[in-house]
Design a protein around this ligand. Sequence first.
Ligand SMILES: NC(=O)c1ccc[n+]([C@@H]2O[C@H](COP(=O)([O-])OP(=O)(O)OC[C@H]3O[C@@H](n4cnc5c(N)ncnc54)[C@H](OP(=O)(O)O)[C@@H]3O)[C@@H](O)[C@H]2O)c1
Length: 273
Amino acid sequence: MDNILQLYPIAQRQRALKGLYLELNLCEQAAVGDVLIYSNYIASVDGRISLRDDDSAEFVVPEAIANKRDWRLYQELAAQSDVMLTSARYFRQLADGKAQDLLPVGSAPEYDDLSEWRQQHGLKDQPDVIVISNSLDIPAAALEKVQDRRVIICTSERAGDAQIGRMESMGLTVLGAGRERVEGKQLRRLLIDQSFRSAYMIAGPEVHRTLVADGVLDYLFLTTQLSLLGHDTFHTILSGQLDQPVDLHLQRLYLDETVSSRQLFAQFALHPD
Ligand SMILES: NC(=O)c1ccc[n+]([C@@H]2O[C@H](COP(=O)([O-])OP(=O)(O)OC[C@H]3O[C@@H](n4cnc5c(N)ncnc54)[C@H](OP(=O)(O)O)[C@@H]3O)[C@@H](O)[C@H]2O)c1
C-alpha cells in the first residue's frame, strides 16, 4: 500500500495509500449550519473519464484507467460523507447492469477500517443518497439496491406530477431545487436544511457543471492516470458552459509510483480562504 510520493506541499516523502484522504476529515470541515461539497474523478491524461462503448452504446469508465488503488481513495472519500450526490442516469445504468454496483462504503474486508472510521466519527453505516434528475426516470429495481439508506430525489419545477407521485409511492422523498433544472445554490441550501455536513458528488459532467457554475463546489479530487486513450466519443469532468473560467487552487499532489498504476492524485480547492 506504500509508494506514494508527496509532491505538493513539497515534501519528497513517501506516504502510504491507506489513509491518504481519510486524514482530511472532510465530515468535520464545514462550520455548523454549513456543508462541504466535494467531487472526485479518474481521468486519462487526455481527459477522458468515460468512453462510449460501441456494443452497448453506453458511456463507461475505461478499464484501462480504473484501478483498485484509485478505488481505495474513492472509498475513503465516500467514508467521510453524510450523503452522496448522484445522477438519475447512474441509476438507469445500474438497473441495466451497466454501472458499478454500488454506492459505497464497500463491504469487502479490506474496507472494514472505513466502516469503523464512520462509527468512530458518529456517521451512519452508509451515506444517504441524493439522486439528481429532471425526468424522474429512475428505475425502481435500481432504487431497491439502496433501501438500507435514506434516498432523496432532487428535481426541478419541470418534473411531472405523475412522476413525483410514482417516486413518493415508493416511499422516497422528492424535493425541488430549481426552476428549469436543479440549481447548485438551491441544492446546497437543501443539503444544509437536511442537516448534511459533507456531500460527495459522484455523478458525471452535467451535475458537476451544476455545482461548479453556481460556485458551490468546495473541493475537486482528480486522479490522472498516466496514459493517453484517444477515442472521439467521451466525457470529460465538465460539460456545457461556464460564464467565466473557474480557478483551481492546488492543495495536495501525490505520485503513485506503483508499477501497475502510475497516476497522480490531486486535490484542488475552488474557493480557498
Ligand atoms: N471516471 C470517473 O471518475 C467518473 C465519475 C463519474 C461519472 N463518470 C462517467 O461519466 C458518465 C456520465 O455520468 P452521469 O450520467 O452520472 O453524468 P451527468 O452528466 O452528471 O448526469 C446526467 C443526468 O443527471 C441529471 N442531471 C444532471 N444535471 C442536472 C440538473 N442540473 N438538473 C436536473 N437533472 C440533472 C439528468 O437526469 P435526467 O435525465 O433523469 O433528467 C441527466 O440525464 C458515465 O459514463 C459515468 O460512468 C466517470
